[in-house]
Design a protein around this ligand. Structure first.
Ligand code: ADP
Length: 497
């Protein structure tokens, strides 16, 4: 069956495919269809007779030979991609497929041209984003391993090579277990599967430890953070692996340091407790034993007195009186010392209503309070867990001191308050007495330390030492704030015990 040449021409000139016939030797355009001419923004007539060099495609006799040979050898060349600059400066990408056709002893290219500009742009974008992804991957501080659903390593970054001491190609296509210690590999497989079942960004290794394995089989602790990557080829998992050897080492050192510290504190506390006990024991025994010779002294002084009665020996009487006074004072000191050493020996914690307690104290001190006309105010004192006898002694001492160290010409006011804060119950006992100089505010809490002579104010200097011991027995602290001439406020904290 034969067709008239017109049918072939009609097919050639028709769209939608761009077609062109070129002379192999000269590169001259023999014919084009309208589709191609429009693409070039020219008419057919403008194109025919030009060489393809004039269309911006470099075509030299040498290239002509090469291309034609290629065309003949392969029975046509397919999809050669090239960039064209059109009239007006527009840039397009085309894919050209051609055959070398012989006709009347001459050779021609019969080419079909496809506009692939859009596809090329998409490819370009894809290339850029792939490039970005790769840069991101390579600049990440962690080893990043991308694993396929089968658990095979698809991609790694340079950190992975460094961390595990493998070359990239030694890891790609291998199971992820290559990089995980075998004793954890099983658990890890379970993790990976369940992760793939419900993938979301999350850390791994919480609750159990994961180990990385280097190419020489040495292990190191790691932290792994997984995130899902949805791709055309399916769900991938990106694992960011961090070597936490240093962190672990630091944690271990801190733990060890803590244990040592705790041991030292315990040891020190035990030592202090023993020392304290020894001191208390010493004070107790000493004060107990001192009483005996003291009693002997005073009974012999009594005997001497009786013997000298009625005799004119005045000087001896005065000396004897001094001895009696001194031994009385010593008696008081010994009694105080004994009391001090007894604090906290046998007491039990109980609920103490501080309001009631204060009432008892003021009842006991009624005589002194009434004598000086002291005004004592206390509202809403709390019920606390405390050593009752000791707490009573504490209030007793502070109130007695406020009475003792009042200003003679000003009516005495004592204000007692309690507030609760983060440390426990914070009590204050404030007076408008003579006050205490700043430089003495620590000294006054030391046993037998006083700021006045006995002639000015009576006392042995043990009251505040008692107070300190009592507050510390409760685990609290005591201090004073004062303005000389205006008054003192004693603060103490009784923690919740
Ligand atoms: P004492 O009352 O037997 O001297 P304390 O240990 O109770 O011993 O007090 C030590 C010293 O602290 C007192 O000698 C006194 O100088 C000072 N002091 C205590 N309480 C007050 C107070 N409320 N106002 C002024 N000074 C005080």
């Amino acid at each position: 069956m034969s067709h008239s040449p017109d049918i072939f021409s009609a097919v050639f000139y028709s769209g939608p495919i761009m077609k062109i016939i070129t002379d192999v030797k000269s590169g001259e355009i023999i014919d084009v269809n309208n589709e191609l001419a429009h693409f070039y923004k020219l008419t057919r007539e403008e194109m025919i007779g030009k060489t393809i060099n004039e269309l911006g495609i470099s075509y030299t006799p040498e290239r002509a030979g090469e291309i034609a040979a290629l065309g003949r050898q392969h029975k046509g060349v397919r999809n050669v991609e090239m960039q064209l600059t059109l009239k007006g400066g527009d840039i397009k990408w085309v894919a050209v497929s051609f055959d070398v056709v012989e006709f009347n002893g001459c050779e021609y290219y019969f080419s079909v041209v496809n506009d692939i500009t859009e596809k090329q742009a998409i490819n370009e974008k894809l290339k850029i984003s792939q490039e970005r992804f790769r840069n991101l991957l390579e600049s990440a501080p962690d080893a990043i391993v991308i694993v396929g659903a089968e658990g095979l390593i698809e991609l790694v970054n340079v950190q992975t090579e460094k961390m595990f001491n493998y070359r990239r190609e030694e890891m790609i296509g291998k199971p992820i277990e290559l990089l995980i210690t075998s004793r954890y590999a099983h658990a890890h497989r379970g993790h990976r599967d369940s992760f793939l079942a419900s993938p979301k960004v999350r850390p791994m290794g919480v609750g159990h430890e994961l180990f990385g394995k280097k190419s020489d089989n040495s292990e190191f602790p790691v932290e792994i953070s997984l995130s899902p990557l949805e791709t055309e080829e399916g769900l991938l998992v990106s694992a960011a692996i961090r070597d936490i050897s240093e962190k672990k080492q630091l944690e271990k050192q801190i733990k060890e340091a803590n244990v040592t510290l705790e041991k030292k504190v315990l040891q020190r506390t035990a030592e202090l407790q023993t020392k304290n006990k020894e001191l208390e024991q010493f004070a107790y025994v000493a004060s107990h034993d001192l009483q005996e010779p003291l009693r002997t002294m005073s009974s012999f002084v009594d005997l001497l007195r009786k013997k000298n009665e009625g005799k004119p020996a005045e000087e001896t009487d005065v000396f004897l009186e001094y001895i009696v006074q001194a031994s009385d004072r010593m008696k008081t000191l010994i009694k105080d010392l004994l009391e001090y050493s007894r604090i906290g020996r046998t007491t039990k914690l109980r609920k103490v209503d501080c309001g009631h307690l204060l009432k008892e104290v003021t009842d006991d001190l009624r005589k002194g309070i009434e004598e000086v006309g002291a005004q004592i105010n206390a509202d809403h004192l709390p019920v606390i867990n405390a050593y009752e006898t000791e707490l009573k002694l504490l209030f007793q001492n502070l109130i007695s001191n406020a009475i003792k160290f009042r200003k003679k010409d000003v009516p005495l006011n004592i204000q007692i308050d309690a507030t609760h804060d983060s440390q426990g119950w914070h009590f204050t006992v404030a007076d408008n007495g003579i006050g205490i100089k700043e430089k003495f505010k620590d000294k006054i809490f030391v046993i037998f330390q006083r700021l006045h002579t006995r002639e000015e104010y009576d006392g042995s200097g043990i009251g505040l030492a008692h107070c300190k011991k009592i507050v510390e027995l409760h685990g609290g602290q005591i201090w004073v704030k004062s303005e000389p001439g205006a008054g003192s406020t004693f603060h103490f904290i009784i923690p919740e015990i």
